[in-house]
Ligand binder design. Structure first.
Ligand code: ZN
Length: 356
C-alpha cells in the first residue's frame, strides 16, 4: 500500500443500505444486493470489492481502463453491489489508478451498484463529489507514526480534513456518503501497538466531524479473532451500525477468522479483494485483503446470503489472473473448487450473528 496507504474500508449493512437522510446523489444505489430465490429469513452480508483500489494500487503493472470496466461489469453480473473503483490521488503517486474518474463513470451506469472511491483529502473529495461517487472513503491511520508516514498528517489533522470534506459535501448539495476508514486499528509496522482507546477516540471523532459512518481496518495483518471481537465489540457498543464495515488483510493468514469474529459482533459488511490481490509494503509476498471468493464461500457455507454467484466469481478470478500475468495471487477456493451438494452445509443450523 504505497503513498497514501488507503487502508480504509466501507459502508453499511446490506438491507439497511443508505442511512436515512443520505440517499444517493446521483442514481441512488439501491444495494438490495442480495439475490432472490433463496430461502427467506437468511441473514445476509455484503462483500465489498476493493481489489480495483487496494489491490491494484499495490501492483506495479497498470491494468488498462477497459479491463477494469470488464472486471466491474463481471463482478456486478456475479452479484457484487459495492465496488471501490479507485482513488482520487495524484496520478504521479498512483499511476495505476489515474483513470479513476473514467472507471467511476462506467460503474455508475450499472444498476444497483454502489460505486465508491477512496479520497485522501479535500481535493480528492471534491473530485469524488463532482464525479458523482455514491460513497467516498477517507482513510485515517490510528497509528500516529503510520499516519505521518503515509498521509503526512496526524490523525487529528485527518479528522479536521473530514470536517472540511463534510462542509464541502453539504455546500455542494451532493449526497455522496462519507465514510471514515480507521486503519492500523490493530497495530502498525512502524509504531507497533496502537491503543484501543485511541482507535475508539478517533472513530468517534470522525463521526463527530461529519462522517456518515466509519469502518475499522487491520491494515498490516496484525489482528487476531480475539482482538477483533474485543475492538469491534467495543466500537459497536459505542456507535452501533455507524460502524459499518470491516477491512482485513490476510497478511498472516487470519483474514477469514477475523471476518468471522467481526460477524459475531454484528458487522455484516466486509471489504475483500478478488484473488486476495494487494499486499503489504512491509511484508514482501504477503497477500492483500481477504479474498472475495473465499469470504463469499465462507459466508454462504455458514448460511449467510451474500447475493454472490461463486462460479461467476471464480470465472472472473481466472480472467483477472490473465490480466495480472506474473503477479502472485492468493486465496484457496479456486484450488479446491466448490463442494458437492451445494453451498449451505446445514441450512437449518445457521449463522445468526451473536452479539458480543
Ligand atoms: Zn487495505
Amino acid at each position: 500500500m504505497p503513498a497514501t496507504d488507503p487502508t480504509a474500508a466501507a459502508p453499511l449493512a446490506p438491507s439497511s443500505a443508505l442511512p436515512s437522510g443520505a440517499a444517493a446523489s446521483v442514481d441512488p444505489p439501491v444495494p438490495t444486493g442480495v439475490a432472490s430465490g433463496r430461502p427467506a429469513g437468511r441473514p445476509s452480508a455484503q462483500v465489498r470489492e476493493v481489489g480495483l483500489r487496494d489491490g491494484l494500487q499495490s501492483i506495479a503493472a497498470t491494468v488498462p481502463t477497459h479491463r477494469k470496466m470488464a472486471w466491474i461489469a463481471a463482478a456486478h453480473a456475479a452479484g457484487q453491489r459495492e465496488i471501490e473503483v479507485g482513488s482520487f490521488v495524484p496520478a504521479r503517486l498512483l499511476p495505476q489508478l489515474a483513470d479513476t474518474a473514467e472507471v467511476l463513470a462506467f460503474a455508475r451506469t450499472l444498476p444497483g451498484l454502489v460505486a465508491s472511491v477512496l479520497v485522501p483529502n479535500l481535493k480528492g473529495a471534491e473530485r469524488a463529489i463532482e464525479c458523482g461517487a455514491h460513497l467516498m472513503v477517507v482513510p485515517l491511520s490510528a497509528s500516529h507514526a503510520h499516519s505521518l508516514a503515509n498521509l503526512r498528517k496526524t490523525p487529528d489533522e485527518v479528522v479536521a480534513e473530514v470536517a472540511r470534506i463534510r462542509a464541502a459535501r453539504d455546500a455542494s448539495g451532493s449526497r455522496t456518503l462519507i465514510e471514515g476508514g480507521v486503519g492500523t486499528a490493530f497495530g502498525c509496522t512502524l509504531q507497533g501497538d496502537v491503543a484501543e482507546s485511541e482507535v475508539l477516540r478517533l472513530m468517534q471523532a470522525l463521526l463527530d466531524a461529519g462522517a456518515d459512518r466509519v469502518s475499522l481496518a487491520d491494515t498490516v495483518g496484525y489482528a487476531d479473532p480475539q482482538s477483533v471481537l474485543r475492538l469491534f465489540g467495543k466500537a459497536r457498543a459505542r456507535v452501533g451500525d455507524r460502524l459499518a464495515c470491516a477491512h482485513f488483510h490476510d497478511t498472516r493468514g487470519m483474514g477469514l477468522a477475523n471476518a468471522y469474529a467481526a460477524w459475531q459482533t454484528g458487522v455484516a459488511r466486509f471489504d475483500a479483494s478478488l484473488a486476495g490481490i494487494g499486499g503489504c509494503p512491509h511484508a514482501p509476498g504477503a497477500s492483500g485483503n481477504v479474498a472475495t471468493e473465499d469470504l463469499a464461500f465462507m459466508l454462504e457455507r455458514m448460511g449467510v446470503d451474500t447475493g454472490l454467484d461463486l462460479p461467476g466469481l471464480l470465472a472472473l478470478r481466472e480472467r483477472v489472473r490473465g490480466w495480472l500475468d506474473g503477479e502472485t495471487l492468493h486465496g484457496t477456493l479456486w484450488r479446491a473448487g466448490l463442494p458437492k451438494g451445494g453451498l449451505v452445509a446445514h441450512p437449518e443450523a445457521l449463522a445468526e450473528p451473536v452479539s458480543a
